[in-house]
Design a protein around this ligand. Structure first.
Ligand SMILES: [Zn+2]
Length: 232
């Protein structure tokens, strides 16, 4: 493989090797595993979101050569725990392609046992470097869990489970007159609450302490397309 011309893109390289009869294993080795540290992973997501909200996306590789490069293994650089809301498709808003993001989506990005197990898997076996808890503007799950929301007990049992997992986040919601600003604050409080729940897991805490991963909260504005990464 050493006689290939320099400066080929990964796609061109895979196409060339496929023509030369390379095996799936050889092609899989070429898959760019992306960011190697929590900082690089964060920069990749920030750069991707900037491309997205600037209407200049470029990284969504879905052609046959990229799919072939991923047959043998997946090498995502980050896990994102996001809301199931259809307006928040994580790969698209961070301008990433198949194989880049280990995506966990559940209403209100609640850290349920299934969500926690999925993050643990990504940390233990996929060696990801970053976990993002991603909230968003106008989250219906957060709205339904607000202290003044209508009867939660009217909801189906597992919807109640989700709302009860969000409600503690909103106990200290300050009184804010503007409804839009109040909802934003509630959504951000839920991000920080679910992030704390994730970080309180001993396995995740150990991965943070060792420097393998960083856990960050973030908030997505539907209208602008921009993601704010939140400081603690
Ligand atoms: Zn939501």
């Amino acid at each position: 493989m050493s006689d290939l011309p320099p400066n080929q893109t990964t796609a061109e390289l895979i196409a060339e090797l496929t023509k030369r009869g390379a095996s799936m294993e050889q092609i899989a080795l070429l898959k760019n595993s992306g960011a190697q540290t929590p900082e690089e992973a964060l920069q990749s997501l920030k750069a991707g979101n900037t491309r997205f909200y600037s209407d200049k996306p470029e990284r969504v590789f879905t052609d046959v050569n990229h799919r072939r490069a991923q047959i043998m293994a997946q090498t995502p650089f980050a896990a994102i725990v996001g809301c199931a809301d259809s307006r928040v498709p994580v790969e698209i808003i961070f301008d990433q392609g198949p194989g880049d993001i280990f995506s966990i989506r559940v209403a209100g990005h609640v850290i349920s046992p299934g969500a926690l197990g999925s993050v643990q898997y990504a940390v233990a076996h996929l060696k990801i470097h970053l976990v993002v808890v991603l909230g968003h503007e106008g989250c219906g799950a957060v709205a339904a869990a607000m202290p003044d929301a209508i009867q939660r007990t009217d909801e189906p049992s597992h919807v109640q489970f989700l709302l009860e997992a969000i409600a503690p986040a909103l106990l200290d919601l300050p009184s804010i007159r503007d409804p839009k600003a109040r909802m934003r604050e509630a959504c951000v409080l839920n991000v920080m609450h679910q992030k704390k729940r994730l970080e309180s897991d001993p396995f995740i805490a150990q991965a943070v302490a060792s420097g393998q991963i960083q856990v960050v909260g973030a908030f997505y504005e539907i209208g602008s397309g921009a993601v704010d990464f939140l400081e603690d």
